[in-house]
Design a binder for this molecule. Structure first.
Ligand SMILES: [Zn+2]
Length: 80
């Protein structure tokens, strides 16, 4: 049997907890990056009125804005 002191046990539990929190943070950060990239792929911002609208994957390259009716080219939203 492995014998460890109370101080070592507390240190091990703290390291496991900190590692778990870091892994959860990295996972949520990675998931949010993927979600944002997908959102930018399927969204268009109208160049006339600034309205954001979603487009289907197989839509034409040029779509019509549902708010003002102007034509917009598919290319994704610009990076901030
Ligand atoms: Zn518009």
């Amino acid at each position: 049997m492995i014998s460890i002191g109370l101080g070592q046990l507390i240190t091990i539990v703290m390291l496991i907890g900190v590692s778990l929190v870091c892994m959860l943070w990295f996972h949520s950060f990675w998931r949010e990056q993927r979600r944002e990239a997908r959102r930018r792929r399927i969204a268009i911002q109208c160049r006339i009125c600034g309205c954001n609208y979603a487009i289907p994957r197989r839509a034409d390259r040029v779509t019509r804005c549902p708010a003002c009716g102007s034509l917009n080219e598919r290319g994704g939203l610009p990076q901030i």
